[in-house]
Design a protein around this ligand. Sequence first.
Ligand code: NAP
Length: 248
Amino acid sequence: MKLLENQTAIVTGASRGIGTGIALLLAEHGANVAFTYLSSEVKAKELEAQLQSKGVKAKAYHSDASDYKASEQLVNDVLAEFGKIDILVNNAGITKDGLLMRMSEEQFDMVIKANLKSVFNMTKAIQRPMLKERKGSIINITSVVGIRGNGGQSNYAASKAGIIGFTKSVALELGSRNIRCNAVAPGFIETEMTAALDEKVVAGWREGIPLKRGGTAEDVANTVVFLASGMSSYITGQVIQVCGGMLT
Ligand code: NAP
């Protein structure tokens, strides 16, 4: 069953990892997909072609989600090309890990800007067109780390906890206009972001997860499609953990 026919979605940071998985599943459910990338141009063009081969309209945009003006421009460009925007998935994110003792001001600022300010930029830009349509679903990708904290990731955890507060506030502000805003909190999802980690450490993590495996981009994408679709029409302001039962 296709859940998103005639819908248009924007996904930030879809050139790799979880974002790619989300864009592909949205398209499989019939949604037209506009997505952004920052540096992975070749991968973005490949994904654009892959999405188009599924019979939907798709376009890659080079756009920095942490840049306020660029986000405004992106939304205007997508509206001009696609006509409307029904779904926004704020997925773009980075890590700059380190213990607080060694964390520089730059490392802190970069992560807050890329992970949290980006969500403000895109949500602010999409608000007006969604209000005009009197409908919309905004889905923010946070992390279990934003709920429970993580040593060596104080900047990342702060950015992801900030996303949760932002999500709940936007849900309160826009609920009466039929615009929903939810967050998805992945646990350990095996992507390029995590491939750089030591294999022994990763095996230990898998063992500690009740479902005994790391998650996949598709696990996260399934939840995003649910939140994007009418299947979740009475759900807003929530954080859904996709973490194999990891305790938070
Ligand atoms: P990833 O493999 O490193 O991919 C990150 C994506 O974000 C890339 O497509 C990158 O684009 C894009 N990006 C980064 N900064 C951007 C910016 N300023 N503007 C536009 N695009 C930008 O990461 P991932 O593992 O798929 O993670 C995706 C999201 O899930 C992130 O928000 C992350 O925090 C969250 N998450 C991941 C995990 C996990 O275990 N993997 C767990 C919890 C939450 P380019 O390649 O073009 O630069």
